[in-house]
Design a protein around this ligand. Structure first.
Ligand SMILES: *[C@@H]1O[C@H](CO)[C@@H](O)[C@H](O)[C@H]1NC(C)=O
Ligand SMILES: *[C@@H]1O[C@H](CO)[C@@H](O)[C@H](O)[C@H]1NC(C)=O
Ligand SMILES: *[C@@H]1O[C@H](CO)[C@@H](O)[C@H](O)[C@H]1NC(C)=O
Ligand SMILES: [Ca+2]
Length: 299
């Protein structure tokens, strides 16, 4: 008996662990945790008629009716992305609020998202570090003030926190701090996930300012920029860029021309030495780049 009660308790704990606790209000709103970009199931019936905000273009009472609320406090600045696109068939609206929690919503309205993709919604906004944000997912209603308006069906929502430039979401968990990446990486744009080595600048471009938050720049032909580097170095003496690609190392030029030839093209960072042969009795004249008889050789 005691053992079966324990088993039931374990099952309940497991279920509670996998499904986020839910709230209609910013008071008691569960914090988003866990995997970035994972679909998070919710139970629509928990949503309450409580949205204080109208759809911006509407002069009437159309807007969010019954809502579920989560909270999120980023450890660094970054961008949130919360969506029901492709996940539900409900006509949803989303609100992002902050400030004090009054009457189920934050007193500061940061963003409203309505029909981002069909009738579903995506909230996306740059948010500040160490600020409590409330994320409200609501069922749209033609009269949001009518308590009889429909609620949300059970569904899924995706919540993501995108790390700022210079940082990566190393463990793809929304509750842990973003990690700063060092020189030789480029985390200037996009959704960044995984270790900093995922953002090593490719060979052929370089982290010119040793700052991961700024974009790497292209290293032109005649130079070499190794992967994960901060330098773009011109091909050195007696070497050249044989493939017009700074992504590969410079290679040695053909060796100096023999006396029976003259150098018709120099060894430079972008060109190889070319020796043009002279047939006897002519010799190569290096100064004038031509074949001459012995007595006409330049000094
Ligand atoms: C935010 O979510 C929307 C909808 O899923 C998606 O189209 C968009 O690319 C996302 N933005 C980022 C930066 O991940
Ligand atoms: C971030 O902080 C600035 C400065 O306090 C404020 O103006 C801005 O509205 C805040 N943004 C959000 C999304 O909270
Ligand atoms: C080589 O060039 C020099 C200087 O331009 C010139 O004086 C000389 O006549 C040239 N020699 C030949 C073999 O053309
Ligand atoms: Ca090369």
């Amino acid at each position: 008996m005691a053992r079966s009660r324990l088993a039931i308790l374990l099952v309940v704990l497991c279920v509670a662990h996998f499904a986020d606790a839910q709230s209609a209000s910013c008071s008691n709103a569960p914090a988003f945790t866990g995997s970035s970009g994972a679909a998070r199931p919710y139970t629509g019936s928990i949503g309450l008629y409580n949205a204080p905000y109208e759809r911006p273009q509407g002069g009437s009472n159309i807007g969010g009716a019954k809502c579920l609320t989560w909270q999120y406090t980023p450890l660094t600045a970054g961008t949130i992305n919360m969506t029901t696109c492709g996940l539900v068939s409900d006509d949803t609206m989303m609100f992002l609020s902050s400030g004090s929690c009054v009457n189920n919503f934050g007193t500061i309205l940061n963003q409203i998202a309505d029909d981002s993709c069909g009738l579903q919604s995506t909230l996306s906004l740059s948010i500040n570090a160490s600020t409590i944000y409330y994320l409200h997912l609501c069922r749209y209603a033609s009269d949001r003030t009518n308590p009889a308006s429909p609620g949300l069906a059970n569904g899924n929502v995706v919540f993501n926190f995108l790390c700022p430039a210079g940082m990566t979401d190393h463990d793809s968990l929304v509750e842990t701090a973003c990690v700063a990446c060092g020189a030789g990486t480029d985390t200037s744009t996009g959704a960044k996930a995984g270790p900093c080595t995922n953002f090593n600048v490719p060979a052929g471009s370089f982290d010119h300012d040793s700052n991961s938050a700024t974009a790497a720049i292209t290293c032109p032909p005649g130079n070499y920029a190794p992967a994960a580097g901060t330098t773009c170095t011109t091909c050195g003496t007696e070497t050249w860029d044989h493939d017009s690609s700074s992504a590969t190392a410079c290679t040695s030029c053909t060796s100096a021309c023999s006396a029976s030839s003259f150098q018709s093209q120099d060894c430079t960072p972008t060109s190889n030495r070319i020796c043009t042969s002279c047939t006897s009795p002519f010799y190569g004249d290096a100064t004038n780049r031509t074949c001459v008889t012995r007595r006409h050789l330049s000094a």
